[in-house]
Ligand binder design. Structure first.
Ligand code: SF4
Length: 214
């Protein structure tokens, strides 16, 4: 692509269902949210059109899942956030395996098939702690997809673990991670709303996050 491609041309490319390259993705990323949302909706329509015997755009599907926050300890201190605690706060927590099991059992009993698992940027939880958590969940609930962590958490992991994103992702997936949420909006908000935001913003060029191994 092509810095030369006009925005109209790029929009048409998206609407036609053609693949955009990295530079084009960065241009799309800077669009006003409503414009980006309209293009995303167009791609969704294209992707769904042939599903359900051609009724993919008339049928809306859903899953039952549960948000589980594995810790509220976070060292980012976003101004808008009422969730985070410091390690010294009385109500700071790190989830236990028993508590995680209970939450997933309740979810499964209601027909749930997925957990969305995210947490604060805990400064001390180790790589092994996350691997143990993932493998425990996968072993006990193999039918439940673990949709977990946000891009900003992965950047945090990269700093704390001192490993490349690709390796962290690979090890998480091997332990049981099934998919990751987007989370770009919070990443942006953190950058501007936290006085302690020292880490780089997640951007579409985080290729390891764009290609989660399945
Ligand atoms: S990263 Fe920001 S929004 Fe998320 S838990 Fe920490 S302080 Fe709250």
């Amino acid at each position: 692509m092509t810095e030369e491609t006009s925005l109209d041309g790029l929009g048409q490319k998206v609407c036609d269902g053609r693949r955009v390259d990295q530079a084009e993705a960065l241009r799309l990323y800077s669009l006003p949210l409503e414009d980006l949302g309209a293009l995303a909706d167009r791609r969704r329509q294209l992707a769904k059109a042939s599903a359900y015997d051609g009724q993919g755009n008339q049928i809306v599907t859903y899953i039952i899942d549960r948000n589980v926050n594995y810790t509220n300890v976070c060292n980012v201190y976003c101004k808008f956030c009422a969730f985070y605690r410091t390690e010294k706060d009385d109500d700071a927590y790190v989830i236990t395996l028993a508590e995680m099991d209970r939450k997933i059992e309740e979810t499964v009993a209601l027909g749930g098939t997925q957990i969305l698992m995210q947490g604060g940027h805990h400064p001390k939880l180790s790589l092994q702690w996350y691997l143990d958590l993932l493998s425990h969940i996968k072993a006990k609930f193999p039918q439940v997809n673990i949709h977990g962590f946000s891009p900003s958490e992965f950047i945090h992991f990269r700093e704390v673990f001192g490993l490349p994103l690709e390796e962290i992702l690979s090890r998480f997936v091997k332990a049981g991670l099934g998919s990751i949420p987007g989370g770009g909006g919070p990443g942006r908000a953190h950058e501007t709303e936290s006085p302690h935001r020292r880490r780089p913003r997640i951007s579409p060029d985080s290729s390891a996050l764009a290609h989660l191994p399945r």
